[in-house]
Design a protein around this ligand. Structure first.
Ligand SMILES: Cc1cc2nc3c(=O)[nH]c(=O)nc-3n(C[C@H](O)[C@H](O)[C@H](O)COP(=O)(O)OP(=O)(O)OC[C@H]3O[C@@H](n4cnc5c(N)ncnc54)[C@H](O)[C@@H]3O)c2cc1C
Length: 803
C-alpha cells in the first residue's frame, strides 16, 4: 500500500468507484481507493439498480442521462460487463394528478434531449402486460433507462481507473482523519497511514461516521428499504422480449423483470431508520430481517395494479439500508471550513446518479468548478440548521413521500417550525401561511379572517391565487410590509474591504451611502452570485443575496481568500429585515424618522443608517417588488418594535401584509430574475443581461478574462421574459418550442397579478430573444403560445421606483 497519494477516496461502492474513475479520466492517476471490505459491500451490492433520467432539477437530470450513457464507455475501457438492460421504462398514472406529473416530465424532456412519449394505458400495456390497464388513466414511456448489474458497474469503474494507474486497497478500513498543516490530510487505516492532498468521503452507509472523523456532522441517514422477488410468472415467461421497468406513483411501487419473475419494491410510509446514531463497522454484505407486515398495504395495492405478480409466490425478500439527505438529493462538493475534504455521499440513486456525481466532483477537484450549476446536489445547500436530530426527522419524511407527487407550492411539515424570526407570532396572528427556507419560517401569503391558513397542494392555481392577487394590488396601490429576514446577508468590514469586494465582484464598488447591483462571477465567467451591495461607510458594507446560498457563498468567499484585516460575516441570525413597498411607502417611512427621506435627500439606491421609530436601523432604498420601496434592517432584538411601529403608522395608509408568493409575482412583471433560477452558474452576464452591471473596464476581478471573451462572442442563448397564453402557470424547466424544435428552457414563472398575465422567464436561442417573438411553451404536455416581452409590463421606465 502506498504511504502517499494525491487523493484518497474512502469507500468502494458505486459512488467511490465512479469518483476514482473520473479523477483518472481527468488526468489524476495518483489516486487510491480504500475499501474496508469488498467493493460494493455497503448498499451497492443488493441494489435493484434501476436507472432513469428524471430529477426535479434539470442539471441533475442531465447528469443522470450522462450516467446511463457512460455505462457502454466503461464497459469498453474496463472489459467488464455492466449488465446493461437498456429497455427504457414506463411510468403509470392512476389519477389525473399523477398524469399532470407525467405531462410535466414530458414537457421538460424535449429541451434536455431525452425521448419521452405520453401514451395510453392500452399502449403501455403492450410494453408491460403485467399491469391492469383499467387501474390507470395514462402513462409515460421514457426511451432512456432500464437496469444494470451493481457489481459489474462498480468493477467496471475501478477496472478502468486501475488501467491508468489508480490503486484499490480492499479490506482496509479508514480509522481516522487528521488535517495537515500543508492543507492535506493524514488518512489512518488499519493497514497503515496514507498522506494525501485530498480526501473524498464516499463512505455510503458510513459517510456520516467518516464526516465525524473530520469533525463534521453531515445530514445523511440510512433507511431500510425492501423489495420482493417472485417465483417465475407465466406471463413473463411467455414474453418475446424483456418487460419495461415500471413505476406506479399512485401505488408507490416500482417493478421490473427479474429472471422469469418480477422484482417489486416500495417506499413504505411506515418506514424504518437504520442505525440512527452510529452505523456498525462490521456490517458487510449483510441484509436486514424482512418485515412483510410493513409492506402489506403497498403489496395489496401493487397486486391489484399488477395481478400476475399477486398470483406468483414470493421467492425472496431483500431488505437493505441505503442513505438519503433530508431532501433526497446527493451531498456533493467541498465541505465549507475543511480544506481539501470532499463529499460524495447521500446518493440515494447510485446507479442513476453515480456517474454524474463522479464527473461533477472530479471536475470540482481538478478544475476548481463542477462545470455546471449543481446546487441541487451541493453539500452547501444545508446550513447549521441541518443537525443530526433534524436529519432523523426529515429523512424519514422524504423517504415516505418518495413516490408521492411533489407539488410546486407544497411545503413539508416535519421539523418545523425550526428557525423563527422575532415577528413570527405577529405574522401568524395576521394569517401568515409559512414555508421553510434554509430552516427559517417565511410567510408565503396571508389568509384573511375566516379562511383557514392552509394552501392546497396543486399544479394549478391554488386557493392562495385570489389572496396573492389582493396582496399584489395592495402593494401597487398603497403600501405592503414583508419580513425579508430570509434574504442572505453579509457584513463586510475592515480596511481592505473595498479592495476585496472590488476583486470578488464584477461591478464597481459604490461610494459611501450608495448601493449597486453586484454580479459575482467564477473563473469560467458564469454567475456565482447576484447581490445588492450597500456601502455604509468607507470600510463597512452590507451585501444582500439569496438566503439559501449562505454556505455556498461563504465557501466561495473563503476559497477566493479573505485577507487579514477584512471580515466577512454571514448575518442569517444576526440581522432581520422588513421591506415596505408601494407608492405610500415613503410617507410611511417619513412618519417614523427625522431623516429626510424625500426623493432629493434619499435617492433610489441610497443606503443609510437612521433611526426608524425607536429602532437603530439600516435603510436601503430598493425593492425587489420593483416599486418605490425600502429594506429596513435591524438586529433581531429590535424587529418586533420596528414591525409594530410600521404596522401602527401604516394603518391609515392601507398597509397590508404581503408574502413571498406576492413578491415573486411582482418581480415577474418587472422582468427581474432570481438567483438559482435565472441567474446561476450555467449562464454568463451577456446571456442573462447582467452584463449591464459588470464593470468590464475594471483593472481586474474574478472571472474578468472569461467575461471579456464572453462579451466578444455573440451569445448562443439569452434570457427573456414571456407573456403566456395559459390558464395554468409554468413550474420550471419546461421546453420552449419553435414549431417542433426545442429552442429553450423555462427558468421560472407565475402569474403577474397587477398586469393580469401569466408569465414565464427562460433562456432561448439568442436570435429569438426579440420583443414580440412568438414561441410555444410546453405546459403539462400542451404547447401554449408565449410572446417575448422585452420591456417590463409594470413601470417599464422605472419611474415609480425613482420618483
Ligand atoms: C434494496 C435497495 C434497492 C436499491 N435500488 C436502487 C435502484 O434501483 N437504483 C439506484 O440507482 N439505486 C438503488 N439503490 C441505492 C443504491 O444502492 C445506492 O445509491 C448506492 O449503493 C450508494 O453507493 P455508495 O457508493 O454511495 O455507498 P455504499 O454502497 O454504501 O458504499 C460505501 C462503501 O464505503 C465503504 N466504507 C465505509 N466506511 C469505510 C471506511 N472507514 N474505510 C474504508 N471503507 C469504508 C463501505 O464498506 C462501502 O463499500 C438501492 C438500494 C437498496 C438498499
Amino acid at each position: 500500500m502506498k504511504s502517499q497519494a494525491r487523493v484518497v477516496v474512502i469507500g468502494g461502492g458505486v459512488v467511490g468507484a465512479s469518483v476514482l474513475y473520473h479523477l483518472t479520466k481527468l488526468g489524476w492517476p495518483d489516486v487510491v481507493l480504500v475499501e474496508k471490505h469488498e467493493l460494493t459491500a455497503g448498499s451497492t451490492w443488493h441494489a435493484a439498480a434501476g436507472v432513469h433520467t428524471y430529477n426535479s432539477d434539470a442539471n441533475v437530470s442531465r447528469l443522470q442521462k450522462y450516467t446511463i450513457d457512460l455505462y457502454r464507455e466503461i464497459e469498453k475501457s474496463s472489459g467488464q460487463s455492466c449488465g446493461i438492460h437498456a429497455t427504457g421504462n414506463l411510468v403509470l398514472a392512476a389519477t389525473p394528478e399523477v398524469l399532470d406529473n407525467l405531462k410535466l416530465m414530458h414537457s421538460r424532456a424535449k429541451y434536455l434531449g431525452m425521448e419521452t412519449h405520453l401514451i395510453t394505458p392500452a399502449e403501455a400495456h403492450k410494453l408491460n402486460p403485467l399491469f391492469d390497464p383499467k387501474c390507470f388513466v395514462g402513462a409515460l414511456h421514457r426511451a432512456d433507462g432500464g437496469h444494470v448489474d451493481p457489481n459489474g458497474v462498480t468493477h467496471a469503474y475501478t477496472g478502468a481507473a486501475r488501467k491508468v494507474g489508480a490503486e484499490v486497497y480492499r479490506h482496509t478500513r479508514v480509522t481516522g482523519l487528521s488535517p495537515r498543516r500543508d492543507g492535506g490530510w493524514l488518512v489512518q487505516t488499519d493497514k497503515g497511514d496514507i498522506t494525501c492532498e485530498h480526501v473524498v468521503n464516499a463512505g455510503g452507509l458510513w459517510a456520516r461516521e467518516i464526516g465525524r472523523m473530520a469533525g463534521i456532522e453531515l445530514p445523511v441517514l440510512a433507511m431500510e428499504h425492501m423489495y420482493i422477488v417472485t417465483e417465475p410468472i407465466p406471463e413473463v415467461a411467455a414474453l418475446a422480449r424483456e418487460l419495461l421497468p415500471t413505476t406506479d406513483y399512485f401505488g408507490e411501487i416500482y417493478m421490473r423483470q427479474e429472471g422469469q419473475g418480477a422484482l417489486l419494491g416500495t417506499y413504505e410510509r411506515d418506514c424504518r431508520i437504520w442505525s440512527p446514531d452510529t452505523a456498525p463497522w462490521d456490517f458487510n454484505m449483510q441484509l436486514l430481517p424482512d418485515d412483510l407486515e410493513r409492506l402489506a398495504p403497498h403489496l395489496e395495492l401493487g397486486f391489484k395494479h399488477f395481478p400476475p405478480i399477486g398470483r406468483a409466490g414470493i421467492k425472496k425478500v431483500v431488505n437493505g439500508p441505503f442513505t438519503f439527505a433530508p431532501d433526497g438529493n446527493p451531498l456533493v462538493g467541498p465541505v465549507r471550513g475543511l480544506r481539501n475534504f470532499w463529499s460524495a455521499c447521500g446518493v440515494m440513486a447510485g446507479f442513476a446518479q453515480g456517474g454524474g456525481v463522479g464527473l461533477a466532483l472530479a471536475r470540482w477537484m481538478a478544475e476548481g468548478d463542477p462545470g455546471a450549476d449543481v446546487f441541487a446536489m451541493d453539500v452547501a445547500r444545508f446550513g447549521a440548521f441541518a443537525t443530526h436530530p433534524y436529519t432523523l426527522i426529515k429523512v424519514p419524511e422524504n423517504y415516505s413521500r418518495r413516490f408521492r407527487i411533489a407539488y410546486p407550492n407544497e411545503e413539508l411539515a416535519a421539523a418545523r417550525p425550526l428557525r423563527r424570526t422575532p415577528v413570527y407570532d405577529r405574522l401568524k396572528s395576521a394569517g401568515a401561511v409559512f414555508g421553510a427556507s434554509f430552516g427559517l419560517e417565511v410567510a408565503l401569503w396571508y389568509a384573511p379572517d375566516g379562511m383557514e391558513p392552509v394552501e392546497e397542494p396543486s399544479y394549478r392555481r391554488s386557493n392562495a391565487f385570489p389572496i396573492v392577487r389582493e396582496e399584489c394590488l395592495a402593494v401597487r396601490h398603497s403600501v405592503g410590509i414583508m419580513d425579508i429576514s430570509g434574504f442572505g446577508k453579509y457584513e463586510i468590514t475592515g480596511k481592505g474591504a473595498a479592495a476585496w469586494l472590488d476583486r470578488v465582484l464584477a461591478c464597481r464598488v459604490p461610494k459611501p451611502g450608495r448601493m449597486v447591483l453586484a454580479p459575482m462571477l467564477n473563473e469560467r465567467g458564469t454567475i456565482m452570485g447576484d447581490f445588492s451591495l450597500a456601502r455604509l461607510a468607507d470600510d463597512r458594507f452590507l451585501m444582500i443575496g439569496s438566503g439559501v446560498a449562505e454556505v455556498f457563498h461563504m465557501r466561495w468567499f473563503e476559497r477566493l481568500g479573505i485577507p487579514d484585516g477584512v471580515s466577512v460575516r454571514p448575518m442569517a441570525s444576526a440581522l432581520n429585515g422588513l421591506m415596505i413597498a408601494g407608492p405610500k411607502s415613503r410617507e410611511l417611512l417619513q412618519r417614523l424618522t427625522r431623516n429626510d427621506v424625500s426623493n432629493t435627500a434619499f435617492k433610489f439606491f441610497a443606503a443609510r443608517e437612521m433611526t426608524v421609530g425607536l429602532v437603530p436601523a439600516t435603510v436601503a432604498r430598493a425593492s425587489y417588488a420593483g416599486d418605490l420601496g425600502y429594506e429596513i434592517w435591524c438586529s433581531p432584538d429590535y424587529q418586533v418594535t420596528l414591525y409594530d411601529a410600521l404596522v401602527e403608522s401604516g394603518r391609515d395608509l392601507g398597509l397590508c401584509h404581503f408574502g413571498g408568493r406576492a413578491l415573486m409575482s411582482l418581480r415577474l412583471e418587472k422582468n427581474y430574475g432570481a438567483f438559482f433560477r435565472e441567474f446561476r452558474p450555467d449562464y454568463t452576464p451577456v446571456e442573462s443581461g447582467l452584463d449591464r452591471f459588470v464593470a468590464y473596464d475594471k483593472a481586474d476581478f474574478v472571472g474578468r478574462a472569461a467575461a471579456l471573451r464572453d462579451r466578444a462572442e455573440p451569445p448562443k442563448k439569452k434570457l427573456v421574459a414571456m407573456v403566456v397564453d395559459s390558464d395554468v402557470e409554468v413550474v420550471g424547466y419546461e421546453s420552449i418550442m419553435l414549431g417542433p424544435e426545442a429552442v429553450g428552457q423555462v427558468t421560472s414563472g407565475g402569474y403577474a397579478h397587477w398586469a393580469g398575465k401569466s408569465m414565464a422567464m427562460g433562456y432561448v436561442r439568442s436570435d429569438l430573444a426579440r420583443d414580440g417573438t412568438e414561441l410555444d411553451i410546453l405546459i403539462f404536455g400542451e404547447p401554449r403560445r408565449a410572446r417575448v416581452q422585452a420591456t417590463p409590463l409594470f413601470d417599464a421606465n422605472g419611474g415609480r421606483q425613482r420618483r
